[in-house]
Design a protein around this ligand. Structure first.
Ligand code: ADP
Length: 295
């Protein structure tokens, strides 16, 4: 099983003609509220890929309906706390006609994980289980330490990248998943090639997956490199491409244990996701991915 300690956000998306200026009151003629958060997206991808998936996190007590897409995907939500007097994590997103966006992010309930919450969740996990983490909740270092003490395997997607990542015990991570920008930030390099070399040198004991957008993905470990090309598709919206990739890879890797075939299945799932609008709703189920792969 996969135990994902992650964010659950509501994305409030407003269509505007231009970004609101200081002192201005601006009307919007289009609005939607959708589930977001890298944590929620990755849990949905993992569960749709067929892995037993537990999400650990928190939301505001009044927002339970936001969990519907996670319930529909069969994510176990028994470890999600519903808190009084705390706002759910959310983003206020302005989108202009030329598709530029401007975002206010409020961590809210995503930043309230406690030691008790973490211990309760880890008590349910057994040796072959994986812990999955992004950088949208608090207590990342503590979760890594506790999971590692229990002998659990840990996958970490340091997104969004912040300075605090550098001080985490990355040597305890079994699988690090980064996109090109995160790889360059993490290694303080300025090109994909330099980042690749630096990742191997910096984390000799960690398996690294470097996702390269429409170029595909590379697996790096010690002297070993495996490259899998992306599938050629007509991309419409690349939101959650990385989240779909990570959820699918981990689900397949934990069951098949074959890196290359897990990479290929995850590339197929994310290729399907980028042909569709939105985040969670764009993530395909395994039967669609199997059909895509057999074509
Ligand atoms: P992120 O969303 O974190 O920036 P990437 O852009 O690297 O991550 O995308 C993750 C994976 O999604 C890639 O490794 C690739 O398999 C797939 N993908 C992303 N963009 C495309 C695209 N335009 N066409 C096909 N596959 C894509």
């Amino acid at each position: 099983a996969v135990f994902n300690f992650g964010s659950i956000n509501i994305d409030y998306v407003y269509k505007v003609d231009h970004f609101v200026a200081p002192g201005e009151t601006l009307s919007s003629d289009g609005y939607r509220a959708v589930l977001g958060g890298k944590g929620a997206n990755q849990s949905i991808a993992c569960a749709k890929a067929g892995a037993p998936t537990f999400h650990i996190g928190a939301i505001g007590a009044l927002d339970a309906q936001m969990l519907t897409p996670m319930i529909d995907a069969n994510v176990d939500l028994s470890l999600v706390s519903k808190l009084d007097d705390v706002a759910s994590g959310h983003a206020i997103i302005q989108v202009t006609p030329d598709a530029e966006n401007s975002i206010i992010l409020f961590g809210g309930a995503n930043q309230t994980l406690t030691s008790q919450h973490i211990d309760n969740a880890l008590a349910k996990a057994s040796v072959d289980d994986w812990v999955l983490l992004q950088n949208e909740t608090n207590a990342i270092a503590q979760i890594i330490d506790s999971a590692s003490e229990k002998g659990l395997k840990i996958a970490f997607n340091p997104a969004p990248m912040t300075n605090s990542i550098q001080s985490l015990p990355i040597d305890k991570i079994d699988l690090l998943v980064v996109n090109e920008i995160e790889a360059m930030q993490l290694t303080e390099t300025a090109s994909e090639h330099a980042a690749k070399v630096a990742l191997k040198a910096q984390y000799p004991n960690t398996n690294v997956l470097l996702t390269l957008g429409k170029q595909g993905v590379m697996f790096l470990h010690d002297q070993k490199e495996i490259k899998v090309d992306a599938f050629k598709v007509d991309a419409k919206d690349t939101t959650a491409a990385g989240d779909t990739f990570i959820g699918y890879f981990l689900a397949c890797y934990t069951t098949l244990e074959n890196v290359e075939s897990a990479m290929r299945t995850a590339c197929a799932a994310s290729a399907i996701a980028v042909t569709r609008e939105g985040a969670a709703p764009s993530i395909p189920k395994m039967d669609e991915v199997s059909t895509f792969l057999s074509q």
